[in-house]
Design a protein around this ligand. Structure first.
Ligand code: HEC
Length: 113
Protein backbone atom coordinates (compact mmCIF):
# COMPACT_ATOMS: atom_id res chain seq x y z
CA UNK A 1 0.00 0.00 0.00
CA UNK A 2 2.65 2.46 1.01
CA UNK A 3 4.59 1.81 -2.11
CA UNK A 4 1.56 2.38 -4.29
CA UNK A 5 0.75 5.62 -2.50
CA UNK A 6 4.27 6.83 -2.99
CA UNK A 7 4.11 6.02 -6.66
CA UNK A 8 0.91 7.97 -7.04
CA UNK A 9 2.22 10.97 -5.17
CA UNK A 10 5.51 10.92 -6.96
CA UNK A 11 3.81 10.57 -10.33
CA UNK A 12 1.54 13.47 -9.55
CA UNK A 13 4.47 15.56 -8.45
CA UNK A 14 6.19 14.84 -11.72
CA UNK A 15 3.20 15.87 -13.77
CA UNK A 16 2.49 18.98 -11.75
CA UNK A 17 6.12 19.91 -11.68
CA UNK A 18 6.49 19.46 -15.38
CA UNK A 19 3.54 21.71 -16.14
CA UNK A 20 4.13 24.14 -13.32
CA UNK A 21 6.75 26.26 -15.00
CA UNK A 22 4.67 28.17 -17.50
CA UNK A 23 1.48 29.11 -15.71
CA UNK A 24 -0.59 25.97 -15.84
CA UNK A 25 -4.34 25.94 -15.39
CA UNK A 26 -4.36 22.97 -13.12
CA UNK A 27 -2.55 24.46 -10.21
CA UNK A 28 -5.22 24.04 -7.56
CA UNK A 29 -5.46 20.40 -6.78
CA UNK A 30 -5.85 19.09 -3.29
CA UNK A 31 -3.48 16.80 -1.51
CA UNK A 32 -0.31 18.46 -2.58
CA UNK A 33 2.75 16.62 -1.43
CA UNK A 34 5.98 18.06 -0.26
CA UNK A 35 7.95 15.16 -1.60
CA UNK A 36 10.43 16.14 -4.24
CA UNK A 37 9.31 19.49 -5.55
CA UNK A 38 12.33 19.90 -7.72
CA UNK A 39 13.01 16.25 -8.27
CA UNK A 40 11.57 16.37 -11.75
CA UNK A 41 14.01 19.01 -12.90
CA UNK A 42 16.97 17.34 -11.31
CA UNK A 43 16.12 13.97 -12.71
CA UNK A 44 15.30 15.36 -16.16
CA UNK A 45 18.73 16.91 -16.19
CA UNK A 46 20.20 13.62 -15.06
CA UNK A 47 18.37 11.70 -17.74
CA UNK A 48 19.70 14.15 -20.27
CA UNK A 49 23.25 13.89 -18.98
CA UNK A 50 23.08 10.12 -19.04
CA UNK A 51 21.49 9.63 -22.44
CA UNK A 52 21.75 12.73 -24.57
CA UNK A 53 24.66 14.90 -23.45
CA UNK A 54 27.22 12.82 -25.32
CA UNK A 55 25.75 14.05 -28.59
CA UNK A 56 23.90 17.21 -27.63
CA UNK A 57 26.39 18.61 -25.12
CA UNK A 58 26.04 18.71 -21.35
CA UNK A 59 24.73 22.28 -21.61
CA UNK A 60 22.45 21.46 -24.57
CA UNK A 61 24.55 23.58 -26.87
CA UNK A 62 25.08 20.76 -29.29
CA UNK A 63 27.97 18.64 -30.41
CA UNK A 64 27.54 15.79 -32.76
CA UNK A 65 23.79 16.49 -32.46
CA UNK A 66 22.08 19.86 -32.87
CA UNK A 67 21.78 22.60 -30.27
CA UNK A 68 18.74 21.96 -28.07
CA UNK A 69 18.78 25.15 -26.04
CA UNK A 70 15.71 26.48 -27.86
CA UNK A 71 14.17 23.18 -28.79
CA UNK A 72 10.90 24.03 -27.04
CA UNK A 73 10.12 26.66 -29.65
CA UNK A 74 10.33 24.04 -32.39
CA UNK A 75 8.87 20.92 -30.83
CA UNK A 76 6.24 20.04 -28.28
CA UNK A 77 6.99 17.61 -25.48
CA UNK A 78 5.12 14.92 -27.42
CA UNK A 79 7.22 15.47 -30.51
CA UNK A 80 10.43 15.39 -28.51
CA UNK A 81 9.32 12.19 -26.79
CA UNK A 82 8.68 10.76 -30.23
CA UNK A 83 12.15 11.71 -31.43
CA UNK A 84 13.67 10.05 -28.36
CA UNK A 85 11.64 6.92 -28.94
CA UNK A 86 12.05 6.60 -32.68
CA UNK A 87 15.13 8.61 -33.49
CA UNK A 88 15.36 11.22 -36.22
CA UNK A 89 17.69 11.42 -39.19
CA UNK A 90 21.17 10.80 -37.82
CA UNK A 91 19.91 10.33 -34.29
CA UNK A 92 19.40 6.74 -33.23
CA UNK A 93 16.29 5.81 -31.24
CA UNK A 94 17.09 5.98 -27.54
CA UNK A 95 15.57 2.66 -26.56
CA UNK A 96 17.37 2.55 -23.23
CA UNK A 97 15.32 5.50 -22.00
CA UNK A 98 12.18 4.32 -20.23
CA UNK A 99 8.77 5.69 -21.15
CA UNK A 100 8.65 7.65 -17.91
CA UNK A 101 12.11 9.13 -18.36
CA UNK A 102 11.28 9.99 -21.95
CA UNK A 103 8.26 12.01 -20.83
CA UNK A 104 10.23 13.68 -18.07
CA UNK A 105 13.10 14.77 -20.25
CA UNK A 106 10.81 15.71 -23.16
CA UNK A 107 8.70 17.98 -20.97
CA UNK A 108 11.84 19.51 -19.56
CA UNK A 109 13.23 20.16 -23.02
CA UNK A 110 9.92 21.53 -24.29
CA UNK A 111 10.34 24.38 -21.81
CA UNK A 112 13.67 25.39 -23.31
CA UNK A 113 12.71 28.36 -25.43
C1 HEC B 1 24.20 9.20 -30.80
C2 HEC B 1 24.07 10.63 -30.67
C3 HEC B 1 22.75 11.15 -30.11
C4 HEC B 1 22.17 10.85 -28.91
C5 HEC B 1 22.65 9.88 -27.84
C6 HEC B 1 20.98 11.67 -28.82
N1 HEC B 1 20.84 12.42 -29.95
FE1 HEC B 1 19.32 13.71 -30.35
N2 HEC B 1 20.08 14.04 -32.21
C7 HEC B 1 21.27 13.53 -32.69
C8 HEC B 1 21.46 13.97 -34.05
C9 HEC B 1 22.66 13.65 -34.91
C10 HEC B 1 20.32 14.73 -34.38
C11 HEC B 1 20.01 15.40 -35.73
C12 HEC B 1 19.06 14.47 -36.45
C13 HEC B 1 18.75 14.93 -37.85
O1 HEC B 1 17.92 15.84 -37.98
O2 HEC B 1 19.32 14.37 -38.77
C14 HEC B 1 19.48 14.76 -33.19
C15 HEC B 1 18.27 15.44 -33.12
C16 HEC B 1 17.53 15.58 -31.96
C17 HEC B 1 16.36 16.38 -31.83
C18 HEC B 1 15.72 17.22 -32.94
C19 HEC B 1 16.51 18.47 -33.08
C20 HEC B 1 16.06 19.31 -34.25
O3 HEC B 1 16.37 20.51 -34.22
O4 HEC B 1 15.42 18.79 -35.16
C21 HEC B 1 15.93 16.28 -30.54
C22 HEC B 1 14.72 16.94 -29.91
C23 HEC B 1 16.84 15.40 -29.88
N3 HEC B 1 17.80 15.00 -30.75
C24 HEC B 1 16.74 15.05 -28.56
C25 HEC B 1 17.53 14.09 -27.95
C26 HEC B 1 17.34 13.62 -26.61
C27 HEC B 1 16.29 14.15 -25.65
C28 HEC B 1 18.26 12.65 -26.39
C29 HEC B 1 18.44 11.80 -25.14
C30 HEC B 1 17.28 11.05 -24.69
C31 HEC B 1 19.06 12.53 -27.58
N4 HEC B 1 18.59 13.42 -28.50
C32 HEC B 1 20.13 11.67 -27.74
C33 HEC B 1 22.15 12.73 -32.00
C34 HEC B 1 21.91 12.15 -30.76
Amino acid sequence: MKKLLFTVIFGTALVLGACGGGGSDEGSSGGSSDGGETTDTASADQIFQNNCASCHGSDLSGGMGPDLTKIGSEYSADEIADIIQNGKGQMPAQKQVSKEDRQTVAQWLAKKK
